[in-house]
Every structure is written in C-alpha cells, then in structure tokens.
Design a binder for this molecule. Structure first.
Ligand code: PEP
Ligand code: MN
Length: 339
C-alpha cells in the first residue's frame, strides 16, 4: 500500500503517523522523503487496513493499494489450486471437473427422482434443486422449503449423487445438515451476516456472483466465508446484468480465467442463468469448459413447459444427454475428463 503525504506536512506528524501504522503487527512502513513529496510504502498484510479511514487522516493526500484486499482467497498466498472435497467420492478443483445439474426448483418426489436418474446416466456428478427459492415476485412459487430438502435427500438415496441447494437465511442452517454443498445465490452474495455464519461451518459453499458485482467483490465475499475458517468455497460465474436485454444476463466468460488467476478456489460456470434461454446453454457451457472452468451448473427439467421456475432456460433430459457428449468432447480435447 502506498500512502502519499500532503506537501509541507511537519516531519513530527509524519513520524507519529508512521509509528501509529507500525503498531499493527506484521506491518512495516518505509518512508521515502523526497524534495516535494513524502510517501510511505506500507508492506505486510494490509488486508485488514481500512483504506477509507486512512484517507480521512489530515496529513494524507492519497492512498493506493498495490495488493488485493483479500488474503485467504488470493492465489499469491496459496499458489496451488484448492481441491474442495464434496464427500461421497467427489472432489472439485485442481484438475477435478464436475457437472452439477437438476431442476431450478424441487417440485415433487417423482420430478426430482426422475431428473436425478436421467442426469446421472448422462454423466452428471452432482444434483442441484432449489428448495428455498429467491423469486423476484412474492406471488411466484417460493419452493418446497424443508420438504424440498427431504426430497433431494431421497434423490440422493436413489442415485448417490451429492446434492447442492440454496440457503437464503442462516436460521435455516439446521435443515442443511445433510446437504453436501450449500449454495449462496446471486441475490445473497453480499448478505454478509449469512456469509459469516457459513464461515463457521465446514460445508462446501457454492458462492454465486451477484447480478451487478465485480470480480473483486465476489472474491471479497469468498473472503468473508474463509475468514471464519471455512476454506471450502467454490466460486460461480452466472452472468451479470448489463445494458443487453436479449439474454437474461451477460455471460462473463473472462471471469473464469481471471478468477482462476487471482484465486486458488475452484470456479464453476452456470450457463443456464447466464443466458436464460434453453438453446444458449450449450454454447455457453462449451465456452466455459474451454475457458478453464472446474465445473458447470446446468438446469434440467423433465417437463420445462410446466416447470414452476426457469422452464425457459431448462434443458430436457434428452437435450442434456446431447450437451453432455459435447462437454466431454471439449474436455477430452483439453486432456481432461469429468471426475
Ligand atoms: C439458482 O441457481 O437457482 C439461482 C437462483 O441462481 P442465481 O442465484 O444465480 O440467480
Ligand atoms: Mn433457476
């Protein structure tokens, strides 16, 4: 971090400011006293420094970060890829690629069990399904809640697929005890109290990028979970809101290699919510694989026209079969495979 001191500041004020800065353990301040400008180079772990607070100091002209404000999620401090162990023999990251698929919402036992069987036979390695649904309208289907989680556990019993489902309220955590991966949806990416609670668990967390959040904000949200001691974080690019209205969101494919460069955490892509249209899922999924994603999340429904949410972007099981063949081909061309 570089702190530029206002011109003509008395030397005693600068010295006491430096002494104050160095009170933080692990931080060293290096003073460069030029003819017209005095700057302080602050080295060490600056992630806990409040930059806005520094800026309000009377003797400070400007403060510039030269290091990212996240430490736990930063590849600089953890050069090797993190491999998140989902349990049930499934790992993601560090060369392990997984496909998470299933309906937007769990609707009934027949629906979730039928879809689970079909996606498993296509090669999907995890099952998704929303039980608590964050819907734009309070009048839209809100999910089966606790019963939805029970039905996912039934589908897990029937197929062995680990389950991924979204949490919206930390008070619901006891219901998620047997859930394999807890999803934090785009709308809750900056629900910091929820993130902190999840940091106290050791469950794998699939953290989706917010609708209008930067890559750095996504990494800072991962940092919230990791700062609590839970390092099992999987990042998810699911499209961001732009001026474009043809697609539901704009798929930020560059976020995949950027996140992998900045962080050691696994990165999954969700082409279903990114494009919002059934026929767009395949090209976006293939682009994500080619860009180096560690996994995909794809919505599949046995009757999209009758789906209680996101039918428009859901693949039928037959369509999913075809897309999976292409995903496997791209992976093979890259010398990779599912698992
Ligand atoms: C979902 O995965 O069902 C979902 C609601 O996604 P997002 O949070 O990305 O909108
Ligand atoms: Mn959905």
């Amino acid at each position: 971090m570089i702190i530029i001191i206002k011109p003509n500041t008395k030397k005693e004020l600068v010295s006491s400011f430096v002494a104050e800065l160095e009170k933080t353990p692990g931080l060293q301040a290096h003073l460069v006293d030029g003819l017209h400008t005095t700057i302080i180079g602050l080295v060490g772990d600056t992630s806990k420094i409040d930059i806005d607070n520094l800026r309000t100091n009377d003797i400070v002209e400007e403060v510039k970060r030269v290091q990212e404000p996240y430490k736990n999620a930063n590849r600089k401090f953890h050069p090797d890829d993190t491999v998140v162990d989902i349990g049930k023999g499934i790992k993601i990251g560090g060369g392990h690629f997984q496909v998470i698929s299933g309906p937007c919402s769990v609707e009934c036992e027949e629906q979730i069990c039928e879809i689970a069987r079909r996606v498993k036979s296509a090669g999907s390695t995890m099952l998704r399904g929303g039980a608590f649904k964050p819907r734009t309208s309070p009048y839209a289907f809100q999910g089966l809640k606790a019963e939805g989680i029970e039905l996912l556990l039934e589908a897990n019993k029937a197929t062995g697929l680990p389950i991924v489902t979204e949490i919206m309220d930390a008070a619901h955590l006891p219901l998620f005890e047997n859930v394999d991966v807890i999803q934090v949806g785009a709308r809750n990416m900056q629900n910091f109290e929820l993130l902190k609670e999840l940091g106290h668990t050791r469950k794998p967390i699939l953290l989706k990028r917010g609708l209008a959040n930067t890559i750095e904000e996504l990494l800072m949200s991962a940092e919230y979970i990791m700062a609590g001691g839970n390092e099992n974080v999987i990042l998810c690019e699911r499209g961001i809101r732009t001026f474009e209205t043809t697609t539901r969101n704009t798929f930020d494919v560059s976020a995949i290699p950027v996140l992998k460069k900045l962080s050691h955490l696994p990165v999954v892509a969700d082409p279903s919510h990114a494009g919002g249209i059934n026929w767009l899922v395949e090209p976006l999924a293939l682009a994500a694989v080619a860009a180096g994603a560690d996994g995909l999340m794809i919505e599949v429904h046995n009757n999209p026209a009758k789906a209680l949410s996101d039918g428009k972007q859901s693949l039928t099981p037959d369509e999913f079969d075809d897309v999976m063949v292409k995903i496997k081909n791209i992976l093979a061309a890259m010398g990779r495979s599912i698992g």
